[in-house]
Ligand binder design. Structure first.
Ligand SMILES: Nc1ncnc2c1ncn2[C@@H]1O[C@H](COP(=O)(O)OP(=O)(O)O)[C@@H](O)[C@H]1O
Ligand SMILES: [Mg+2]
Length: 334
């Protein structure tokens, strides 16, 4: 009798990242399951009704226990988390998942700690790649020393929340000096997202640079891939600096002199992964198959220069499917 296909659970399937992973894996010899906190998460309805689950929020103290129990019950082989708040709690308990036979497709705890704090990341990459001049807004902060305009952003944050362009010194003077904000040189040029596939041994097998041509609510809706040696070398240097062992998304913006400078690293699958997959590097599949024991080639893996636009797509089903998941969500909330 043939063995049952390996079972892969993807979290955050209401978001573009989770959905892009489900879609990249749909033709693979795998059984796909999906989880989300929201019973309306679209990706849940791309799956068979028996393969959907409602999860606690990543910052809920019950999150990791709940996911581990679910993985055991569902005989999960590979878990792919896609939500920022889930990453560190899961990475901290990787051994318990391994003991239950579950491999996490997830950066190491040390890599995540650096990437979730933009100041720690700037310090780590200092002297290795160009970074915008950055200071912490703490007791030592001197507003007079900052060239304008400048960007202010939270040390830890995502989705552009709390990011502003400051053009007046008075705006710098009133910033709370509690150490949670950064003030950064404004980078005026175009913005690139560099999708990086590193193997478990740290070797970088692929870098696919994407230009973000139009962004709506933090998501690239128009983009293109491009071959660029400088961006390739930049992404590889960042991957080495953070000791990357899986997929990450390195974000850069071009400075006044035309050079790329580091904005941040999302040490997880990005929402615009479909463009990278379509260009020829199926990072979700390669990473999941590596977790199942199939080595990733040395590369560099080739890709094509292509462009992308995005649109909504509908899915129709019985309303009962939704009420089932609403009931599960209510149980978790109680
Ligand atoms: N130093 C900067 N200069 C110009 N624009 C910036 C700068 N930092 C951030 N931005 C803009 O804000 C967006 C979000 O910033 P980012 O550092 O990626 O934080 P987040 O974690 O919120 O995505 C960027 O995609 C870019 O458009
Ligand atoms: Mg960003």
């Amino acid at each position: 009798m043939p063995a049952d296909p390996p079972r892969v659970l993807v979290t955050g399937v209401g978001g573009p990242s989770g959905i892009s992973i489900l879609r990249a894996l749909e033709d693979a010899p795998l059984t796909l399951l999906g989880g989300d906190i929201d019973p309306y998460a679209a990706g849940l309805y791309l799956l068979d009704a028996t393969r959907r689950s409602i999860l606690p929020r990543g910052d809920d103290p019950r999150f990791t226990d709940d996911v581990l129990a679910r993985c055991e019950r569902e005989a999960i082989d590979v878990l792919v988390p896609t939500v920022d708040s889930e990453l560190l709690p899961l990475a901290r308990r990787r051994d318990e998942f391994a003991a239950a036979g579950v491999t996490l497709v997830l950066a190491s705890e040390a890599t995540l700690e650096v990437c979730l704090d933009k100041w720690a990341l700037a310090e780590r990459c200092h002297g290795r790649v160009r970074g915008p001049a950055t200071v912490v807004v703490d007791a030592a902060f001197d507003p007079r020393a900052i060239p304008l305009p400048a960007i202010v952003k939270p040390r830890s944050g995502s989705g552009s929340r709390g990011i502003r362009l400051l053009e007046k010194r008075a705006e710098l003077e009133v910033l709370e000096r509690d150490g949670t904000l950064l003030v950064q040189e404004h980078l005026p040029g175009p913005e690139y997202s560099l999708d990086v596939l590193a193997r478990a041994d740290g070797h970088v097998a692929a870098v696919v640079p994407r230009e973000r041509l139009k962004v709506d609510s933090g998501i690239a809706v128009t983009g293109r891939t491009l071959k660029d040696d400088a961006l390739d070398a930049f992404a590889r240097a960042v991957a080495r600096a953070i000791e990357l062992t899986t997929v990450a998304n390195v974000q850069v913006k071009i400075d006044a002199a035309g050079e790329p400078a580091l904005l941040e690293v999302n040490a997880r699958f990005p929402g615009t992964m479909p463009l990278t997959v379509a260009a020829g590097v199926d990072m979700p599949r390669l990473a999941v198959m590596e977790a199942l024991g199939e080595p990733i080639p040395d590369g560099p893996l080739p890709f094509a220069e292509i462009a992308m636009v995005r649109y909504f797509q509908e899915r129709f089903f019985a309303f009962d499917d939704i009420t089932d998941l609403q009931r599960h969500a209510a149980e978790i909330a109680s």
